[in-house]
Design a protein around this ligand. Structure first.
Ligand code: GLN
Length: 486
């Protein structure tokens, strides 16, 4: 088997035995990136030289101490909206094209402390606004399973890099589905943690009450390993939840006996692809065969998720993005004749179409006279959506649903119709609005050979339950990762 195709756990095994070194791992990835990323465009910045240098500096003759450095020598990719000191962080936007942060995000420091090697910064929808990675000022990213299709978004670069074996693990961010949906479209695993579990310090803000950083990997075990590293309490993020450190690897092997799996009827409605529905229902059946009790439930406010999200997220975005004014940092239009002209030109030229659309929507719903009708109303309905989940988790340990109504669509298919694009988020948005954790794992292929994902949801801070169900299902499903591109 090719080195680049290994999971983190498999690579660590070989590192521990002394059969390979971190340099071998980095070189294997650089070869893959050189061969395939020109077409896929998963990376905005590749840090090949830096990664090699770091790998060489690691004492590869000495046995790695995985207790202290759980990601020793493992090359990881980071979405390009996570601040990295001295390394460009563009958010796939012209307005931040040359921005080099003077500090590290908390999660980035955590990766480094764990011994990870950063192999590059991944492509995304501009400011994480999108579901296809077509809204990137650095060019569309392609799905390694079929280069004519999108990889999902907004963390499309991270998902594509994993699927094409151009990294061993990755960080993404999820505001309304941006980890789960691309993971599903690319046949990899992605977790959106409970809001507040992972620090947002150094994450470029999109919608602050929803944004959450999370791990993406080739399998469930690697995802747990990454979450162990990045889930730290951080006093620099006021929404970080103080709590005891968890070991998400601990309960993986436990069975599903005694677990109740809820199946919300609102997630199996018209418009969902038959292949997707069959694969997800098949997996639910497997859970039942493994001893879980399956229960039909209802989340009655699900249908409002898209409307609520597309009011709240743009509202917060319009406020967060006010800081890009050409004064403090980022792109500035230099030929302006007045201050107002400078603001206008900088923002008109710096932001792409979708970002402008969100800023306008957000400014509108927050404006005097409309605030109560839109923003306040949406916040109230958000509470109802959250209560639906509270009720469901009184009787269920986890819920299983599809991640998206279809598999990865063709490039350009939805770019002219923002509403169609927004509707792809229908099954991921409610969990984001409720702040609960959700994971996507592959559960089969559709008629076109494209991966299908299923979503596992649990109550706040119940990531361990998700991992346990995911690990068992992964084994039972036996989804085969492909060596793509070769
Ligand atoms: N697709 C959603 C949006 O466009 C979610 C994006 C995200 O989670 N960052 O807003």
């Amino acid at each position: 088997m090719k080195l680049a195709h290994l999971t983190i756990t498999q690579a660590q095994d070989l590192l521990l035995k002394g059969e390979i070194t971190p340099v071998d791992l980095v070189e294997a990835l650089i070869d893959r990136i050189n061969a395939y990323d020109e077409n896929i465009n998963a990376y905005i910045t590749v840090l090949g030289e830096e990664a090699l240098e770091q790998a060489r500096s690691m004492k590869d003759t000495q046995k790695p101490d995985l207790e202290k450095h759980p990601l020793y020598g493992i090359p990881i990719a980071v979405k390009d909206l996570i601040c990295t000191e001295g390394i460009k962080t563009t958010c796939a936007s012209r307005i931040l094209q040359t921005f080099v942060p003077p500090y590290n995000a908390t999660v980035f420091d955590a990766l480094k402390r764990a011994g990870a090697i950063i192999i590059g910064k991944t492509n995304m929808d501009e400011f994480a606004m999108g579901s296809s990675t077509e809204n990137s000022a650095m060019g569309v990213c392609r799905n390694p399973w079929d280069l004519d299709r999108i990889p999902g978004g907004s963390s499309g670069g991270s998902a594509a890099a994993l699927a094409a074996d151009m990294c061993f693990g990755a960080l993404g961010s999820d505001t309304g589905g941006s980890i789960r949906q691309p993971a599903s479209y690319c046949g990899v695993v992605g977790l959106k943690p409970t809001y507040g579990l992972v620090s947002r310090f150094g994450l470029v803000a999109f919608a602050s009450s929803l944004d959450q950083i999370g791990p993406m990997a080739k399998d469930v075990r690697d995802t747990a390993l990454l979450l162990n590293v990045i889930a730290t309490y951080d006093e620099r993020d006021s929404t970080s939840i103080p709590r005891e450190k968890m070991d998400y690897l601990k309960d993986l092997e436990e069975g599903l006996e005694g677990f109740t799996v809820g199946v919300p009827e609102e997630y199996f409605v018209g418009g969902i692809d038959a292949d997707v529905e069959n694969a997800v229902r098949g997996a639910i059946k497997l859970a039942e065969e493994m001893g879980a009790k399956v229960k039909k439930i209802s989340l009655p406010h699900t249908e409002y998720g898209v409307a609520v999200y597309y009011i709240i997220a743009p509202a917060e975005a319009s406020s967060n993005l006010a800081r890009y004014d050409g004064v403090k940092y980022g792109y500035r239009y230099e030929e302006a004749k007045s201050l107002m002209d400078m603001y206008c030109e900088t923002r008109s030229r710096g932001f792409g179409a979708e970002v402008k659309r969100r800023i306008m929507l957000g400014t509108y719903v927050l404006s005097a006279g409309y605030y109560d009708a839109y923003y306040k109303k949406a916040s109230q309905v958000r509470t109802l959506i959250k209560r639906d989940f509270d009720e469901a988790f009184k009787e269920c340990d986890v819920l299983i649903t599809p991640v998206a109504p279809t598999t990865a669509f063709k490039i350009g298919e939805k770019t002219d119709d923002p509403l169609q694009m927004y509707l792809t988020d229908i099954f991921t948005l409610p969990a984001s609005l409720a702040g609960i954790p959700g994971m996507s794992i592959p559960c089969g292929l559709d008629g076109n050979g494209m991966p299908i994902g299923l979503q596992i949801l649990a109550a706040h801070l119940n990531e361990s339950k998700i991992f346990r169900v995911a690990y068992n299902l992964e084994k039972a499903i036996g989804f085969e990762r492909k060596e793509l591109g070769s």
